[in-house]
Design a binder for this molecule. Structure first.
Ligand code: GN1
Ligand code: MG
Length: 364
């Protein structure tokens, strides 16, 4: 099916000029729908990955709930709900998605213009802005009381991940396990520690709230004055612990190398970035986080990085079925680089905890 035809299934303003591919996501395929007039917006068209998102209609409902809630908040503070929130564009039949004849799911949102996506190097100041962005997002949805559908069961639930892990290792479908004794021990040696943290979520000491679950810097839009405008890519909004958002941000922001860096010496956790993000984040969230959440904020960086080591290694052992890979050893490389980052966080963990305390005390 051709992209223009798919785009014309949605209630767009203006007429379609052209549709062009944008970026290279690991999960979805994204296109820009350019319209022919300045006065009407351009749009983003996405083919949602139905292998990963097995319930796209429920996912779109979740996104819509969150978007509408944020729009209300933005309007109440005299902001611009078309720029400071995402706008989902329904199809002509009123659905929040269109399913083509091949069964693929498509969705459209307004392309927010005159923004900067920060692909540049992360500085402590930029990390502060990012932390503020994620904190603002969490704060705005902290009173969204309608439950969201759990469209990715067990997403950051390490007990669930261990079940997957144990099953994949037992099967060893492509015979990679034998060569990976050391890497597997990285995961096994921390199993208890990670489960102990997750028990606090399970017993409610760490509460469940609305979370974003993909908090990398490129999912925050900045305006031309470098001010945070809004958080995008809401595919993974879920009810979980907000610590996962903090932790995942720290996994991506503080890394001095790449997620899949071949040069492991380049990979480490930069505490000045950690501190910048923490300051921005807590400036927005200190009012609603409880004592346990604060206590485990720094831990969450280790938790999510650990989970990523597990997920990359598990996908490698499984024969590379989940993440898009650029070379046969890509998931292995990712595992090594994420483990290096985890080790660096562990070495600096006490300092991370001290930073969180100092920042929190100043704001209190
Ligand atoms: C996936 O493609 P992206 O960056 O949105 C993954 C995240 C991982 C990340 C690792 C739904 O996100 O959990 O942390 O890759 N998203 C899903 O780069 O699995
Ligand atoms: Mg994403």
């Amino acid at each position: 099916m051709n992209l223009e035809n798919i785009a014309s299934e949605f209630k767009l303003e203006g007429t379609i000029d052209r549709v062009e591919a944008l970026g290279e996501g690991f999960i979805n395929d994204t296109y820009v729908i350019y319209t022919n007039k300045k006065s009407v917006p351009d749009y983003l068209l996405q083919r949602k990955n139905k292998r990963i998102f097995t319930n796209v209609p429920a996912m779109m409902e979740n996104i819509q709930k969150v978007c509408l809630h944020i729009k209300q908040k933005v309007t109440a503070r005299n902001g611009d709900p078309m720029r400071e929130a995402m706008t989902i564009v329904p199809a002509f039949d009123g659905k929040l998605y269109f399913q083509d004849e091949e069964g693929e799911f498509w969705a459209v949102c307004v392309f927010i213009s005159d923004t900067i996506a920060m692909n540049s190097e992360i500085t402590p100041e930029l990390a502060f802005q990012g932390g503020k962005g994620i904190g603002m997002f969490q704060s705005m949805v902290s009173d969204l009381n309608e439950p969201l559908t759990d469209i990715l069961p067990g997403f950051h639930n390490i007990r669930f991940r261990f079940n997957q892990w144990d099953a994949v290792l037992a099967k060893d479908p492509v015979g990679r396990k034998a060569k990976l004794a050391e890497e597997i021990s990285w995961v096994e040696s921390r199993r208890e520690e990670m489960l102990n943290f997750w028990k606090l979520v399970e017993n409610g000491e760490i509460p469940t709230r609305v979370t974003h679950n993909d908090t990398k810097i490129t999912n925050i839009l900045f305006d031309l004055n470098n001010e945070v405008l809004c958080v995008i890519d809401l595919d993974t909004v879920l009810n979980s612990t907000v610590l996962n958002d903090f932790g995942d941000a720290m996994r991506s922001y503080t890394n001095t190398g790449q997620e899949d860096d071949e040069n492991l010496d380049a990979v480490s956790c930069d505490l000045t970035i950690f501190e910048g993000f923490t300051k921005g984040y807590l400036s927005q969230t200190i009012g609603f986080l409880n004592e346990k959440e604060l206590e485990f904020l720094a831990f969450s960086a280790k938790y999510i990085t650990y989970e990523q080591v597990l997920r990359f290694l598990m996908d490698y052992i499984d024969g590379d079925n989940y993440y898009r890979i650029k070379s046969p050893e890509h998931n292995y490389q990712r595992t090594l680089a994420q483990n290096k980052l985890l080790t660096s966080m562990e070495e600096q963990y006490h300092e991370m905890c001290r930073i969180v305390r100092t920042v929190a005390d100043k704001l209190a």
